[in-house]
Design a protein around this ligand. Structure first.
Ligand code: LRH
Ligand code: MN
Length: 432
């Protein structure tokens, strides 16, 4: 099978050619339907085309679990090769112009060169992610019993220094945010003093906060459990919000959809964080049980729609301080990461488009009249409308592919990477 660079505009145009007529028909048909509902389809398409989500650098390699990792062919071996793959995702979807790096997984000794290569590929750098949940070979003190909340101040200082390092790297790359997720917690009752651990967290994060440039934000990511299995210091949105409010106006709460107990009403959490003006952003993914890091919209698409319903409500209400950073955070254990990340970005656009076409005036009326059934039906009608033509048209308006997965597969990119990136990949367990 020959190889054609799927990032090439000419290649994408020729890949779109066979689909153009059908898209035009489907788009006109949906347009007529929405017109009858008083909605201008082009307005929705423009809004969807402006929707952006960041790619997690750690998501373009095959992910794994503690039981094993089964790397596919042509895995990226360093951050520069990860960028090449991120550029394929952005060129074919038009929706992912930034990459969120994870340090030290993406450490390089030439941030300027990375920034320039990113720019050449049409990519920028989103929130930096620190990592004090693993010990590195050259690390002096272990994070076995925690990092920013460790009982030993020298370990906390080491973790604070690492986060400040991430800020310095981000400044060189043009990033404007630091995401702090720590696995600190306890496996047994009595192992740690729950109150003092939180105080140590605040004391340590105040030092990181003080190192933030004026125009940066700090995202606090809560998680119910794992790696701690009894108590996690930043276990829920309440702890995250208390910390953000204690730190200052540059601190916000990041909602990773997989970090909640099954059936938790995540859209309610989003509504509350919008109210508190502390919704920093999202790590989108999907899950059925735990932090499964599955493809966004693959398990609970209605829940994803309900989250975007809250975001559209906030957008329409011009909620003060509302500018969430959208990022994917997934682990691709059995699919081609590029295909999963492309389809996941599109599923976010789908949920956004569905939320945008909800008849808000009718919904308001039914809600205030307590016409429960009509209110529920009016909201659901957004979700049950097939907005696929809008998503494809939005891509075309960005010079991207009508059918990204088909265009990607036809390009032979993965096989070409297999040829260009020889070398055995580590088979051990773990997320990357
Ligand atoms: C923790 C988490 C966090 C990342 C890691 C890769 O579960 O969601 O956002 O640092 O995954
Ligand atoms: Mn996450």
């Amino acid at each position: 099978m020959g190889y054609a660079d799927p990032r090439d505009a000419g290649y994408i145009a020729s890949a779109n050619q066979p689909h153009a007529a059908a898209l035009a028909t489907d788009y006109a048909h949906l347009g007529a339907q929405l017109e009858r509902r008083g909605i201008r389809i082009d307005d929705v398409t423009r809004a969807v085309a402006s929707f952006k989500v960041a790619i997690p650098s750690w998501g373009v390699g095959t992910g794994g679990t503690r039981f094993g990792r089964f790397p596919g062919p042509g895995e990226p071996r360093n951050v520069f090769e990860k960028l090449e793959d991120c550029a394929v995702i952005h060129r074919l979807t038009g929706a992912t112009p930034t990459v969120s790096l994870h340090i030290p997984w993406d450490r390089t000794d030439d941030w300027q060169a990375l920034r320039e290569r990113g720019a050449a590929l049409g990519l920028g750098f989103d929130a930096m992610n620190s990592n004090t949940f693993q010990d590195q070979a050259d690390q002096k003190l272990s994070y076995r019993y925690g990092s920013l909340t460790h009982t030993d101040g020298t370990v906390r200082a080491q973790a604070v220094a690492h986060n400040i390092d991430c800020i310095e790297a981000g400044k060189a790359l043009g990033s404007k945010a630091l995401t702090v997720w720590i696995g600190d917690g306890a496996n047994f009752p009595g192992q740690s003093n729950l109150a003092r651990a939180f105080e140590r967290y605040l004391d340590a994060t105040r030092q990181i906060y003080a190192a933030l440039p004026a125009d940066w934000r700090m995202f606090i990511e809560h998680k119910m459990y794992e790696p701690a299995f009894y108590a996690t210091v930043i276990q829920d949105w309440g702890s995250s919000l208390m910390a953000a409010q204690a730190l200052g106006p540059k601190a916000f709460c990041l909602v990773d959809l997989g970090h909640h107990a099954p059936n938790v009403n995540i859209e309610m959490i989003v509504a509350r964080l919008v109210h508190a003006q502390r919704l920093g952003g999202f790590h989108f993914n999907d899950s059925k049980y735990g932090d499964d890091d599955l493809d966004a919209g693959s398990i609970e698409p209605f829940r994803l729609f309900l989250v975007f319903n809250e975001l559209v409500e906030a957008e329409l209400a011009k909620a003060p301080g509302f500018s969430p950073a959208h990022m994917l955070d997934q682990s691709h254990n059995v699919t081609d990461p590029i295909e999963s990340l492309m389809t996941s970005a599109i599923e976010l656009q789908r949920a956004y488009a569905q939320a945008l076409i909800v008849d808000r005036a009718a919904l308001r009326d039914h809600q205030s009249a307590n016409d429960v059934l009509m209110a529920a039906q009016t909201l659901k009608r957004g979700f049950t409308t097939d907005v696929t033509p809008i998503l494809a048209q939005a891509r075309v308006s960005r010079g991207a592919a009508i059918d990204p997965v088909a265009a990607y597969r036809a390009s032979g990119y993965r096989a070409e990477c297999g040829r260009k990136r020889p070398g055995k990949q580590s088979l051990g367990g773990g997320i990357v």
